[in-house]
Design a binder for this molecule. Structure first.
Ligand code: SAM
Length: 502
């Protein structure tokens, strides 16, 4: 372990394009299998993936702090189907990984054992480096007839033996320090000892050692850990402790404190996401976890790829650590959420012109045609429409009372003056229907929402409207003075294209 990457020939870097092979600082929206096929071989340094688990049921996605749920389809009917889904994607990920690269697969007990076998077949068993056990939470409420399942598994594979790895060092705990119980009073301070026996068989280190008093120590079965020369050196520095039957090496607290101790594969010190970091994206992983993986297995300016990137935790961690990054997610909502996060947290600009000169980032392949928008899941469609209008999607789907999002007009002042309306009260409801033709009944129910909420204006988005629906919108305005703006997907797309060209 701890092999350093063989230094290759000097990298030629283009301005704004740290890799001649792939574009970085890009979020791709789409199925990663299709996206990865466009990548060349051996172009990324580190891959982390956290695919949806094989939970074999529909699970619920909680957005924000609301109790409300959206059904998030877990498409894998069985472990077999899950592995079949993941296998071609992992084959592609293996292909795009550099020879010196590492691959981390985040999963849990549902499928980890099957995933390990699949990855052994793709990467080879010899390239399995470790299984990291990440303890997500401390034990919660007691459960009966089982142990609480509080850990995830992160399987680490490398493409070859020439992988990069920087050991993760941590400060000694008080308990660690307490084990340094001996002291020779020679000013070197407390020390502990460990045997100089080789853990594996080392025929070339089997010799009889004669110490400075002339006592002979026959070789342990597997050999010594030190060469004879090193043993002699250590003895002359008073770094050997001679017991009844074995020789042990002394190691000093002072030295260990300076170096720290190496973190093992059991990670218990990273809590689940909470507080400000929490975006409400289901399955969001903590930045600290990604920080650790990225620091251990990449250097500055290396390329980190997350092909199931959710709300972009790996991308934010990579950016903060001065790495290049590429994200892929099939959900347009996830792509928008992570773009916002990169703008807010990393202060990056989402701007094609800046990106071309090596700054900022871009999102590619967001659904951009009517045909694509007809095919995305309904809640993705709602989010797309609301965000396209500059609104805020309603987090609460149950009990949303017919409102999919809200627009807060820019004229609304954030300061509440005495006697004025709270600015948060200045909003317009948005209703979205992924329908070919919205009819009169849909408009009737939106009118009821506008009356109930006492809104003067509301927005409706769909693919088209029946003439009955349009007539009703006009009649509603005449009756109440309240206007419903009926927008089609085509209107929004044309508007966005107009903005893009402007
Ligand atoms: C468990 S979440 C990842 C969470 C992420 N680690 C984070 O911290 O935010 C899995 C993500 O994979 C995406 N996904 C599922 N299947 C995909 C596919 N075939 N291609 C690309 N993304 C996919 C989902 O949209 C979801 O956002």
């Amino acid at each position: 372990m701890g092999k350093k990457r063989a230094s290759g020939s000097k990298k030629v870097q283009l301005v704004g394009k740290p890799s001649a092979l792939v574009d970085t600082r890009v979020i791709y929206c789409g199925d990663n299998l299709d996206q990865l096929k466009k990548f060349p071989d051996g172009c990324v340094d580190l891959i982390y993936i956290d695919p949806p688990f094989n939970s074999n049921r529909n699970y619920e996605v909680f957005w924000g702090e609301t109790k409300e749920k959206r059904a998030f389809k877990d498409r894998h009917a069985s472990t077999q189907a899950y592995i079949e889904f993941m296998r071609p994607r992992c084959v592609e990920l293996h292909r795009v990984l550099k020879k010196t690269g590492s691959f981390y697969y985040h999963c849990d007990w549902h499928a980890s054992h099957y995933v390990k076998i699949m990855l052994d077949q793709i990467f080879s068993e010899n390239q399995f480096q470790n299984e990291i056990i990440w303890q997500r939470t401390s034990a919660g409420k007691p459960i009966y007839r089982n142990l609480p399942k509080n850990a995830d598994s992160i399987l680490w594979f490398t493409k070859s033996d020439q992988y990069l790895f920087t050991p993760i060092m941590q400060p000694l705990t008080e308990a660690d320090k307490a084990t340094f119980a001996s002291d020779d009073g020679d000013g070197r301070g407390p020390y502990n000892t460990q045997p100089i026996i080789n853990p594996g068989d080392r025929p070339n280190l089997k010799y009889t050692y004669t110490d400075l008093t002339g006592r002979e120590w026959s070789s342990p079965k597997t050999g010594w850990r030190f060469s004879e020369e090193r043993m002699r050196q250590a003895e002359s520095e008073n770094r050997l402790a001679f017991g009844q039957t074995t020789i042990r090496e002394k190691y000093y607290l002072r030295e260990r404190e300076a170096k720290g101790k190496q973190l093992s594969n059991i990670w218990t010190d990273i809590p689940i996401v909470s507080g400000e970091e929490k975006l409400g994206y289901p399955t969001q992983k903590p930045l600290a976890l990604l920080d650790r993986i990225i620091k251990a297995s990449s250097n500055e300016n290396d390329i980190v790829l997350d092909a199931f990137c959710g709300c972009g935790t790996a991308l934010v961690a990579a950016e903060n650590l001065g790495r290049q990054w590429i994200g892929i997610d099939m959900s347009p909502t996830a792509c928008r959420v992570m773009a916002k996060r990169l703008r807010d947290v990393c202060k990056m600009k989402e701007d094609e012109k800046l990106w071309r000169i090596g700054r900022g980032f871009i999102v590619r392949d967001l659904p951009w045609t009517e045909k694509q928008l007809r095919e995305i899941p309904p809640f993705e469609f709602e989010n797309w429409a609301v965000i396209a209008l500059g609104g805020i999607p309603n987090k609460a789907q149950v009990g949303d009372m017919g409102i999919d999002g809200r627009i807060y007009p820019v004229s609304a002042t954030p300061k509440k003056q005495e006697g004025e309306l709270d600015f948060m009260d200045l909003w317009y409801p948005i209703q979205v229907k992924q329908k070919d033709k919205v009819g009169r009944p849909d408009i009737d129910s939106f009118e009821a929402v506008m009356m109930r909420e006492d809104r003067t204006k509301g927005f409706f988005v769909s693919f088209d409207y029946s003439s009955d629906a349009i007539n009703e919108i006009q009649a509603f305005f005449k009756r109440t003075g309240k206007s419903i703006i009926a927008l089609t997907v085509k209107d929004i797309l044309e508007e966005q294209i107009a903005h893009k060209l402007a």
